[in-house]
Design a protein around this ligand. Structure first.
Ligand code: ATP
Ligand code: MG
Length: 349
């Protein structure tokens, strides 16, 4: 794999005093893919990106670009495009001059630079904004200028650190889709840092879920969502409810309330052991669907427009989150039957 990787990190570690910011990161990013680093604040996303960019040096391990060891190479020699959360445009320069900045540093001739700037601005759909000042543009437009500034040098790799975080929700969602289209159109290998799971799942070819300086799981959005490798990943990505119980046999769990449910997990259970099961809200089915139909009481309802989040209480007190369409009316105190399909469970290690 490493031979074909555009970016590879091998056993990269970095400490700040007693803080182990990165603890043995292995990662290979392939040609044209968009890979997200996803995780909570302080897990090491920005440190990882800065090590790829060459802004900080790792204490141990290697950084490879197209198979070449660049660990000791300064940032400017790596030829990567970087966009940060605060897009840091120069306020006294026009949009075109902002975008041209990296080309002037490379001493490109004016004619060619102008053509490249026009091309980059067209790519981010701001073909007419060249003469404007950044302060006259909306936040979303400024972020596109920052993207154009990163792309204009035709970088080998695009590095994005929470580039949408400063935008309001609607704009962020628009820009998310746009960013994906631009990335596809250019075909540029991209590393995208975010703590927002929707962003990571929606944008990425693959997601590296990070926790405390380590990669807990690397996989496609579907894999990390549907088959979380660790309890941390299951908890961090998507909503899920936990049910505590005890294994009766390889495929049966007795819940704290005494109900016995059938479960189909990737590996058989050890009878007698304690088990923590997770279930996604969208897998909790209303009605009696056969196996694992349980009586429940509606504890609370959160109406969210197109859908509602319903918190259900099972006999024995366990809480399970379910989603219902916004047109379905349920009230706190209602009693109903829900089905928890045997294959809907994840085991939290
Ligand atoms: N220059 C520094 N000096 C000291 N500690 C640092 C420095 N940079 C990062 N750290 C620490 O290293 C750890 C990882 O930081 P990093 O910025 O990579 O996290 P992050 O995942 O990007 O977080 P966030 O989502 O908040 O941006 C944190 O504990 C942070 O406090
Ligand atoms: Mg960060």
């Amino acid at each position: 794999m490493t031979g074909k990787a555009v970016v590879a990190l091998e056993a990269v570690s970095k400490a700040y005093g007693a803080t182990r910011a990165l603890d043995g990161i292995d990662l290979a990013v392939h040609e044209g893919e968009l890979l997200s680093l996803l995780g909570p604040s302080g897990c090491g996303k920005t440190s990882t990106l800065n090590i790829v960019a060459g802004f900080i040096e790792p204490d141990a391990g290697r950084v490879l670009l197209d198979g070449q060891d660049v660990t000791r190479q300064p940032a400017w020699r790596r030829g990567l495009g970087v966009v940060f959360q605060s897009y840091a445009l120069f306020p006294h320069m026009s949009v075109a001059d902002n975008v041209a900045f990296g080309l002037r540093e490379r001493r490109m001739g004016r004619r060619e630079a102008e053509a490249r700037v026009a091309e980059a601005l067209a790519l981010v759909r701001l073909p007419a904004a060249g003469a404007m000042r950044p302060s006259h543009l909306s936040g979303g437009m400024q972020q596109r200028v920052a993207l154009a500034r990163a792309l204009v040098i035709r970088p080998r790799v695009l590095l994005l650190d929470e580039p949408l975080a400063a935008l309001d929700r609607k704009l962020r969602e628009e820009m998310r889709a746009e960013l994906r289209e631009i990335q596809r159109a250019v075909g540029i290998t991209t590393i995208f840092v975010t703590h927002d799971q929707h962003e990571a799942l929606g944008l990425s070819d693959r997601v590296a879920v990070m926790n405390a300086g380590r990669i807990e799981q690397l996989g496609t959005p579907r894999e990390v969502y549907q088959r979380p490798a660790t309890g941390f990943v299951a908890d961090f990505i998507g909503a899920s409810s936990a049910l505590e119980g005890r294994a009766v046999d390889a495929g049966t769990v007795e819940l704290a309330g005494g109900q016995r449910i059938a479960v189909r997990l990737p590996r058989p259970l050890e009878p007698g052991t304690r088990v923590r099961l997770l279930i996604r809200p969208e897998r909790v089915e209303p009605g009696d669907g056969g196996a694992n139909a349980l009586p429940a009481r509606v504890a609370s309802v959160m109406f969210l427009g197109d859908h509602a989040e319903v918190r259900l209480e099972l006999p024995g007190g366990a809480r399970v989150l379910a989603v219902v369409r916004g047109t379905v009316v349920v009230e706190p105190g209602d009693r109903l039957t829900v089905t928890l399909p045997p294959d809907a469970f994840l085991e939290a290690p």
